[in-house]
Ligand binder design. Structure first.
Ligand code: XMP
Length: 515
């Protein structure tokens, strides 16, 4: 389903690391943007009529034979095109200019000088700081192009062809290090493409509710709630559209965070007034997991059991025609393999793989949104802050944060220690600054002293990471006093633990979850 009306701008994806960031900046300007494959056909462009095209960056070199290119006819459509980094190089290469490898990479904050005023730089002074990250550069602009900005090492830092409505910048306006980079997007979107802002979360909610009503008609919908912001927002949105023809199912698999099941129950029943079928399946999952220590096997078991429980409950309530899911835009892009298909590192458990035999139609009202946009929608819909701001949590829950066999004892330690990590980050004002923060426990034990006694206790590993989308991540450089408070509390409050360590590996080469 799509709930988008109004102007659309496309970002052609050449595999650059900032492609999603470009799309998000455009949305921040109030214009809906979509990421499309770099070789999208001109017919498709004419059919869908985006108001502008942005060519993304890429790790490739535009002069190489096998470099990703766009169809040459795209340049003849008269739709404004803005090339960023690789984008400007590709324009130069494809339209008769020259791109070469620089003597050295230009990287970081660089002073840029505007040589000629242009609508793209409207409101800017003669100089500003931009963010550069390139090895190749445009040595010669194609015929008909005018160079309007340069830096010390990059004579062609921006070039334009007003007649053909093609523009290029070597720097990255989408990165916050570029001063007022967002204004370059505004100038492109409003002065050059002639867009009218129409993308806001308020208008999204209105249109999404209308569309759910239209699609579902008088049929019924079921939704598996996880307590996370995506499935909760989906449920509230669908409920707003069709009321009690929505049935929410919450399966407590015993692998949730501390107090999470109770919190979800309370929020949905008491605050939001949305009926919820609560299934206590703790014993079922835990007995299936007994004796299993292989990470993939644990994931498989939780995923399969989840489907079974879900199917049983769905049958009990007499079925439904639709399954509502909290799929987000980055998942849609990844699964459409617009980008290079990454190898499967872990088999992620999510509801997409759910009831095969049930022939449910999929209702995915958030499939055009980024996570931060979902959080805004959640706020607008009145979801409480604890759910709106809560960190992402994997489908198989604590089973992937317990190394080796999942036992009651390790579960108890992992759950309490994670709650302590979260509490201390909240207290220190760090919770909202990081992507995820939790504790990991395995079978390693280490000697400690408690009172005057030697004590062989569990080792708890604390993992706190910063990330934009979970695809790459870095460990958070927490202040020492926050780490100290976490460590002290874990060893003081959980008698079975004698050591606390901090995980300082980034992703890659590690992953965020240990299993
Ligand atoms: P990894 O461990 O692969 O995790 O670096 C990347 C992000 O994905 C989350 N994750 C999952 N989410 N089902 C989910 O819905 C899963 O099976 C799953 N496994 C990992 C993880 O928490 C991190 O945010």
């Amino acid at each position: 389903m799509t709930s988008v009306k109004g102007d659309v701008v496309w970002v052609l994806d050449f595999g650059g690391q900032y492609t999603h960031l470009i799309a998000r900046r455009v949305r921040e300007c109030g214009i809906y943007s979509e990421i499309v494959p770099h070789d999208v056909s001109p017919d498709e462009v004419l059919r869908r009529k985006p108001k502008g095209l942005i060519l993304s960056g890429s790790p490739a070199s535009a002069y190489e034979e096998e470099a990703p290119k766009c169809d040459l006819r795209i340049y003849e459509l008269g739709i404004p095109i803005l090339g960023i980094c690789y984008g400007i190089q590709l324009i130069a290469q494809q339209l008769g200019g020259k791109v070469v490898q620089g003597a050295k990479r230009e990287y970081g904050r660089i002073k840029l000088t505007i040589k000629k005023p242009h609508p793209l730089f409207e409101g800017f002074g003669r100089e500003f700081i931009c963010w550069m990250s390139h090895g190749d550069y445009v040595e010669k602009a194609p015929e008909g192009f005018e160079v309007i900005a340069s830096t010390e090492n990059t004579p062609i830092a921006a070039m334009v062809n007003d007649e053909k409505r093609i523009y290029g910048v070597q720097f990255h306006p989408e990165v916050t290090h570029t001063e007022r980079g967002i204004d370059i997007f505004r100038n492109f979107l409003f002065h050059i493409c002639g867009c009218t802002p129409s993308w806001s979360m308020e208008s999204f909610v209105e249109k999404a509710v209308e569309e759910i009503k239209r699609l579902v008609g008088d049929e019924r919908v079921i939704c598996a709630l996880s307590g996370g912001v995506d499935s909760s927002t989906t449920a509230v949105l669908v409920h707003k559209a069709i009321g009690d023809r929505l049935t929410c199912i919450f399966i407590d698999h015993g692998l949730m965070r501390e107090n999470e099941p109770q919190q979800v129950l309370k929020v949905f029943k008491e605050q939001l007034n949305i009926p919820l079928i609560f299934v206590d399946a703790r014993e079922r999952f835990l007995s299936k997991l007994r004796g299993v220590s292989d990470p993939e096997e644990k994931r498989r078991i939780v995923g399969e059991e989840f489907i079974r429980v879900f199917e049983e409950v769905a049958e009990e309530i007499g079925g439904a025609e639709w399954l509502a899911q909290g799929t987000l835009y980055p998942d849609v892009i990844e699964s459409a393999a617009v980008r290079s298909p990454a190898s499967r590192i872990k088999s992620h458990h999510n509801v997409a793989a759910l009831p095969k035999g049930m022939k449910l139609k999929l209702l995915e009202p958030l499939r055009n949104l980024y996570k931060d946009e979902v959080r805004k929608v959640a706020e607008l819909l009145g979801l409480p802050k604890e759910i709106v701001r809560r960190h992402p949590f994997p489908g198989p829950g604590l089973a992937v944060r317990i190394i080796g066999e999942v036992t009651e004892k390790k579960l108890k330690i992992c759950r309490r220690a994670s709650a302590i990590v979260e509490e201390e980050l909240q207290k220190a004002g760090w919770y909202d600054r990081v992507w995820q923060a939790f504790a990991i426990v395995g079978d390693d034990k280490a000697v400690g002293v408690k009172g005057d006694e030697r004590h062989l206790g569990y080792v708890v590993m604390v993992r706190v990471v910063e990330s934009v989308d979970g695809m790459t991540a870095d460990w958070a450089q927490l202040p020492h006093e926050v780490l100290r408070a976490i460590s002290n509390r874990i060893t003081n409050e959980i008698p079975e633990v004698s050591w606390v360590t901090y995980a300082i590996s980034s992703k890659p080469p590690s992953t965020i979850e240990p299993c």
